[in-house]
Ligand binder design. Structure first.
Ligand SMILES: [Zn+2]
Ligand SMILES: [Zn+2]
Length: 181
């Protein structure tokens, strides 16, 4: 895909199960041929990112925090807490468009968040799709109109579950052209 030599750091913020990090590392390497994905030690959740009134974390503050790490091209925060951004009630993930930092937020990807029986495999599939989607943004991609493409905007988990973890052929081309600069 022309993204070779790009190094992406998976940065757990607070406690994140190893099994989740390893799964993401492998699944992302499959989708971004040539990119290197490494897992960093966890960093502390910054207390100033917490919004007491909403009982949620502020995603833009998390992205700023991630930007302080230096040696990688992209820093993907893996966060097992709920967050929001701007006028949205919550976000599954957020990325600086064409930038270095991005994050995914795991709690709302779990069935048990909605009172259903846990489904680990479904949870992991959702986490991969959200991570691939945010990485797509960080490589400069916008939203795609194809509901099966990973860059389709997920308004709800129903959208997330319907789409694949792959880029459609158009998004692939756009990303390849951006990678060339
Ligand atoms: Zn998006
Ligand atoms: Zn697409």
């Amino acid at each position: 895909m022309g993204l070779s030599k790009i190094q992406v750091l998976l940065q757990p913020v607070g406690a994140v199960p190893d099994s989740v990090l390893k799964f993401l590392q492998e699944a992302l390497a499959e989708q971004f041929d040539g990119c290197t994905f490494s897992i960093s030690k966890s960093i502390e959740i910054p207390s100033h990112a917490f919004d007491e009134r909403r009982d949620q974390f502020k995603s833009p503050v998390i992205l700023d925090l991630l930007d302080k790490e230096t040696h990688c091209d992209k820093i993907l925060g893996i966060c097992d807490f709920d967050a929001y951004a701007e006028d949205l009630n919550f976000v599954f993930g957020q990325a600086q468009h064409g930038g270095r930092t991005l994050a995914v937020y795991l709690p709302r990807l779990r069935q048990e968040f909605y009172g259903f029986k846990p489904d680990v495999s479904l949870f992991l599939q959702r986490a991969v799709k959200e991570a691939v989607h945010e990485l797509g943004h960080s490589f400069g991609l916008g939203h795609c109109r194809l509901p099966s493409c990973v860059m389709y905007f997920s308004n709800s988990l129903r959208d997330t579950d319907k789409k694949g973890k792959e880029f459609c052929s158009v998004c692939k081309l756009v990303m390849a052209s951006k990678a060339k600069g």
